[in-house]
Write a protein that binds this ligand. Structure first.
Ligand code: EAX
Length: 324
């Protein structure tokens, strides 16, 4: 072999040896489509972490339930099969019981007060607790205040829910709440909901405005009632298995990028809340906006009586006090 060729091979070998460790790719799953508040959060996270790490950490976004429903994806994080997710807190109570407190009906008064609680010591305590379940809670993103859609008839008062087959998240507080309202709650993963509505196996579901509009639910649901019955946080989560493989500096970058993602979701929710009702009306939905929330709140009081003592009652009181 001539001298030139051998020396260039040596140089190439030396360059390869000094190259950084192969870049880490983080798969980040969520159930809404890419053009949603979760997708905006995912894109913001991807841009920020790739900027901070100089490309050493890259992100592969997996929208629209590509990795499965929220509960199964969280199970995937626990065993390290999936690196990250942005998930509503709906199923998280199954892994971190105190998180159930966040999903109690009519607990949060407004977006501002929800942000105040989640961005304060209560929110941080709950994020920290997730490590006990092999999850790293990075930041509080946002799903939004949940409203009821159905295909049967307008829901104006609680008794109108009588007999409505309503999909809920896999969350026993929500199941109990809709039982108390007289509905027939059916817990299921979001990945099954649109098909179940199309096939008529369920009559309705409940979700925030950005979920209703991004999924064009006017194609399969006629009626919406703006109950705002639950404030639904979303959490930016990482598998502890993968978190532990990051350097301290990389962990700082991931946390910073997660907060950027959370802010992006809140900004998109705020924008879609403004335009969402008109979009539903423009697409033929009958929207009940003047809702007697006190009547719905009174009807779900049994849920507090039954479940608050079970799920950190002092936490629920702290959340109430923090909003005064
Ligand atoms: O997280 O399952 C649900 O209804 C959630 O709100 C949705 O997947 C977005």
């Amino acid at each position: 072999m001539n001298k030139f060729l051998s020396s260039s091979l040596i140089v190439a070998g030396l360059l390869l040896a000094s190259a950084p460790v192969s870049a880490k790719t983080l798969n980040l799953g969520f159930t809404p489509p890419l053009d949603s508040h979760y997708g905006d959060a995912g894109k913001a996270f991807k841009a920020k972490i790739e900027e901070l790490s100089g490309g050493d950490i890259t992100v592969s976004l997996k929208p629209a339930g590509a990795l499965g429903g929220e509960r199964s994806v969280v199970e995937g994080l626990q065993i390290g099969a999936i690196e990250m997710t942005i998930s509503s807190t709906g199923p998280i109570g199954n892994f971190v019981p105190d998180v159930y407190a966040l999903d109690f009906p009519f607990l949060f008064k407004s977006y501002e007060s929800a942000h105040k609680v989640l961005d304060g010591e209560i929110g941080q305590e709950l994020l920290d607790q997730m490590a006990d379940s092999d999850l790293i809670g990075l930041a509080w993103a946002e799903n939004g205040f949940r409203h009821i859609t159905n295909s049967k008839h307008p829901i104006v008062k609680p008794s109108d829910l009588e007999g409505i087959k309503l999909r809920t998240m896999e969350n026993e507080v929500h199941i109990a709440a809709f039982q108390a309202l007289g509905a027939a709650p059916t817990p299921m993963s979001w990945t099954e909901v649109l098909t179940a509505l199309q096939q008529g196996t369920i009559d309705g579901q409940e979700n925030p405005t950005p979920i209703i509009t991004v999924n064009h639910m006017w194609e399969i649901q006629k009626y919406v009632t703006m109950t705002g019955h639950v404030y639904s946080p979303a959490v930016v989560l990482m598998s502890k298995v993968h978190w532990d493989q990051l350097s301290e500096q990389e962990q700082k970058w991931v946390k910073e990028a997660a907060h950027v993602a959370a802010e992006a979701s809140r900004a998109t929710v705020a924008a879609k809340e403004k335009s969402g009702v008109q979009l539903m009306i423009d697409n033929g939905m009958e929207v009940v906006t003047d809702v007697d929330k006190d009547a719905f709140a009174a009807a779900v009081q049994p849920v507090y009586d039954e479940f608050a003592p079970k799920y950190a009652p002092e936490l629920i009181q702290r959340i109430r006090d923090a909003q005064k």
